[in-house]
Design a protein around this ligand. Structure first.
Ligand code: ZN
Length: 485
């Protein structure tokens, strides 16, 4: 356990293998053995991590007046086709249910790839007055996409099992704009809490959500320097409400189509949480998100009465930790040696380990080991709770700090294509370059750098960035490019 993972200095090339192994060894997610391509199984420990992430997501959305709903999985053909840009964007990826038993269905039913159409349809029945606005719904559901690229556990799936999609309704363009900004604030809070660094870009026209006016996206950098999109927010304008002929009388008595936004995050957020703080021994989960914050390992050796003393000591420590609000586990398996237990919980990323043996009992001490640095120290039993609280806080802030340092070190400003190529070669990450604003120059850069455009900074940056490396004309903004997942 732990020892077979590719070491961090090889992550440049080996990170995907590291990630697959961690999911397996830490018993988070069983991928590749379920007999449908692109679909994985959340195992109990992974499910607990997922649940903590979702608790955080729900808390932040609820706090800002979002209401949770649950729509059917199936969307009839005619609803999905209502908005023409939207259906074009998803056409190649939709799974269809065509039969009920032996009978062919009159209306083909899509396994939802996303829910703008079904939600707009029902909203058009529910919302009759501007007084009901703004309206903010969300749901956490599975979505299905027939991905033709190579699938990857949690990152590129055919069934995305943890899709949190929010859908909002507004009486003006300005209020929808305000909502996009709120969505960005909500996501910042969520990612900050998890210690996930991000950069926020406005996606280029050719890469916006199908049916949106524009798309704002959060990207992070994985340990191998490749970039992963971890959240998006779309201003949908009136595109869907027009398609559904959904209008109501507004406060000024005019009749108008409503304005919408939608924003989503997925399993990728959990993938990032697992990957970003990890090391050669496995994942490291920040204490605020860890299903188990402290694991107590009683060192059970020698006479039965000594074992009993050690175990009692461990149980009483667990009790007082739980009373202080910590999430604690005792690993008292007798058939597993302490060393093997250490590896086991290290792979799972439990932030703090407490060892308790006969020596600790006799000296009224505990031995504490940080998962992130593997530093060991002793503490008096009397002051154990205090020490553990302090250590967990330190681990939390150190993990965040290290993650942001790595992230920032992978963002390079380049003036020329040559500089950009060099940076990609040495550390991948994100390249920022001056840009004149013309699509053809961005596409030329994509081609030359074999990279993808992430977009332009959001909110936009005022500084004058120089001249476009492709056409030489005055740049109006910077453009970000990266090798992406
Ligand atoms: Zn140009």
């Amino acid at each position: 356990m732990g020892r077979s993972l590719p070491s961090r200095d090889k992550w440049e090339s080996d990170f995907p293998r590291w990630f697959d192994r961690v999911l397996e060894e830490a018993e988070i997610y069983d991928y590749g053995r379920y007999p449908v391509k692109g679909m994985g199984v959340w195992m109990p420990y992974g499910f607990q991590i997922r649940r903590r992430v979702l608790d955080l997501v729900r808390r932040e959305l609820d706090k800002r007046g979002h209401e949770e709903v649950l729509f059917p999985l199936l969307i009839p053909d005619f609803l999905l086709r209502k908005e023409s840009e939207h259906v074009k964007g998803f056409e190649d990826e939709v799974y269809w249910v065509t039969h009920g038993g032996l009978e062919e269905l009159d209306v083909k039913l899509a396994l939802r790839p996303t829910s703008e159409t079904s939600i707009t349809y029902m909203e058009s029945l529910w919302i009759k007055s501007y007084r009901q606005l703004p309206k903010k719904y969300y749901q956490v559901v599975s979505v299905f996409r027939y991905e033709t690229k190579a699938t990857r556990p949690m990152i590129r799936l055919r069934e995305v099992t943890t899709f949190k999609e929010a859908h909002t309704l507004h009486d003006s363009f300005e209020d929808a704009e305000r909502q996009v900004a709120e969505a960005v604030e909500v996501y910042k809070r969520i990612f900050d809490e998890m210690g996930i660094p991000y950069i926020i870009s406005r996606r280029p026209e050719w890469d916006k959500f199908a049916g949106a006016l524009y798309t704002i996206a959060f990207d992070t950098i994985m340990p191998d320097g490749r970039v992963l999109q971890i959240g998006t927010a779309h201003n949908l304008g009136q595109n869907f409400t027009k398609a559904f002929d959904f209008r109501i009388q507004l406060a000024d008595e005019s009749l108008d189509y409503l304005w919408q936004t939608s924003y989503g995050i997925s399993d990728r957020v959990i993938a990032t949480l697992i990957a970003i703080h990890g090391d050669d021994r496995g994942t490291v989960i920040p204490p605020s998100m860890a299903p188990i914050q402290v694991v107590i390992i009683p060192i059970l050796a020698g006479k039965e009465e000594d074992k009993a003393r050690v175990l009692n000591y461990a149980v009483s420590l667990k009790k007082s930790l739980e009373e202080s609000g910590f999430r604690v586990k005792i690993d008292d398996r007798e058939d597993v040696r302490p060393g093997a237990k250490y590896y086991y919980w290290e792979a799972k990323g439990v932030p703090l380990r407490v060892e308790v043996g006969l020596r600790e009992v006799e000296e009224n001490m505990v031995t504490l080991t940080r998962r992130d640095t593997l530093e060991r120290r002793s503490a008096e039993r009397e002051r154990a709770i205090e020490n553990i609280r302090e250590l967990l806080n330190t681990i939390e802030s150190d993990l965040k700090k290290r993650a942001w340092e790595f992230f920032k070190s992978r963002i390079t400003r380049a003036k020329t294509v040559e500089e950009a190529k060099k940076a990609f070669e040495s550390k991948r990450g994100i390249i920022e370059m001056p840009w004149c604003g013309k699509d053809e120059c961005a596409l030329k850069l994509e081609e030359e750098l074999e990279a993808k455009t992430l977009g332009t900074p959001w909110p936009s940056e005022k500084e004058s960035p120089g001249s476009c490396p492709v056409c030489g004309s005055m740049a109006v903004t910077i453009i970000r490019l990266a090798k992406t997942y």
